[in-house]
Design a protein around this ligand. Structure first.
Ligand code: G3I
Length: 341
């Protein structure tokens, strides 16, 4: 395999055509040149990394910014890629105006829900028929095991009601769209069970939620095969589709995520690390293939090691190498591990 793709080359989407679509998170900057060629050759689904979040797409109450989102949807249509919409409600990347009235006072629950409804209707209807699935609510469960829902502005103003409302608004705007709840660390048993509890409540109340997105911001250390299997099985038992929505495999341990880079520590991506990462990817995809009935998509979070959100998080300035393609867009050992089965 080389970075030069001819029509005869197989991409991830071809190896996995009998399993699930393989997607990638993109920004408008990836839609030209060699990155665009790589996307076309390898993937059959895209997720806008940032362009459809409420802050970027709805910067003022009466103004939407469609250019980036339209460019991504247009690229997808031209190249016959599916689009997963991401996302309609999150506690991050919210616009400044959202929670305040003209006097700068916090809005009431009724006003906030009316704003949410109008936002969801506008965005979902614009892309109706072109976006097949939406991450409707993102990361609403707290990271604190003592809490249930995250103590966000959404929660402080609306209580728990905003979650069901968001799904109802989205379903009304596009009854064909597959609606997801999306979150991270969903395979850690304690958080998994709180996410399960939320989804069970929604299902029992007949809220139109159809799938759960396991983000998949993993590492060469976690999750274990057993944790991954248990998570997929647990959520599928609710009758939900499962997707891996934001896959990457950090070469650093997440449990030390808050530590600063030690003086003199090299950003070396050693042969040993690359090998470990390949083995980890191989394990994950072996499990994914086993659950082809439950898993309806696997999406990588960014295209190649040239750029990843993990280059600046959780440690600024620490380069990471979490994807299947290197900085020259060449397939890595991990790629071979994923396509050999
Ligand atoms: O667009 C502005 C630009 O105008 C400004 O000059 C610049 C200066 O900081 O910031 C730009 O915004 C950045 C944005 O990405 C676009 O590049 C934000 O600072 C930065 O925080 C933002 O990061 C994104 C992050 O979500 C937001 O928390 C990452 O790219 C994106 O990969 C990440 O994605 C999330 C998923 O949506 C949900 N799950 C976790 C995942 C990783 O955090």
């Amino acid at each position: 395999l080389s970075s030069q793709h001819s029509a005869a080359d197989k991409g991830l989407k071809d190896y996995y055509k009998d399993y699930f679509p393989v997607g990638v998170a993109v920004g408008p900057q990836s839609l030209q040149g060699e990155e665009a060629a790589l996307i076309r050759a390898q993937f059959n689904s895209v997720t806008p990394e940032n362009a459809m979040k409420m802050g970027p797409i709805h910067p003022e109450e009466n103004r939407y910014f469609w250019d980036d989102a339209d460019a991504i949807v247009g690229f997808a249509q031209a190249n016959k890629l599916r689009v997963r919409g991401h996302n309609l409600l999150w506690h991050e990347q919210t616009p400044k105006w959202l929670f305040k009235d003209a006097q700068g006072k916090q809005v009431s629950k009724d006003v906030l829900l009316a704003r949410l409804k109008s936002h969801i209707e506008t965005v979902v209807k614009r892309y109706k028929g072109r976006i097949y699935a939406w991450d409707v609510v993102n990361e609403a469960i707290s990271d604190n095991p003592q809490e249930f829902l995250r103590n966000s502005e959404w929660y402080r103003i609306c209580g728990d009601e905003f979650i069901a409302k968001a799904f109802e608004y989205a379903h009304a705007a596009d009854p064909q769209a597959v609606l997801f709840y999306n979150d991270y660390n969903t395979e850690r048993p304690e958080k998994r069970e709180r996410v399960y509890r939320l989804l069970k409540q929604l299902r029992d109340a007949n809220v139109p939620v159809h799938g759960v997105g396991l983000q998949g911001h993993w590492s060469i250390f976690e999750p274990s095969e057993q944790e991954l299997r248990q998570a997929i099985e647990r959520f599928a038992s609710l009758g939900l589709q499962v997707q891996i929505t934001e896959l990457d495999v950090s070469v650093y341990p997440w449990e030390k995520e808050r530590r600063a880079k030690r003086p003199g520590e090299a950003d070396a991506y050693t042969a040993e690390l690359e090998q470990k990462q390949a083995a980890q990817y191989q394990l994950f995809f072996r499990v994914f293939r086993d659950y082809r009935k439950q898993l309806t998509g696997v999406t990588f979070w960014n295209v190649s090691d040239r750029y990843s959100w993990l280059d600046t998080y959780p440690v600024a300035g620490r380069k990471n190498y979490p994807l299947l393609f290197d900085q020259q867009l060449r397939p890595k050992k991990a790629y071979q591990a994923v396509v050999k089965f």
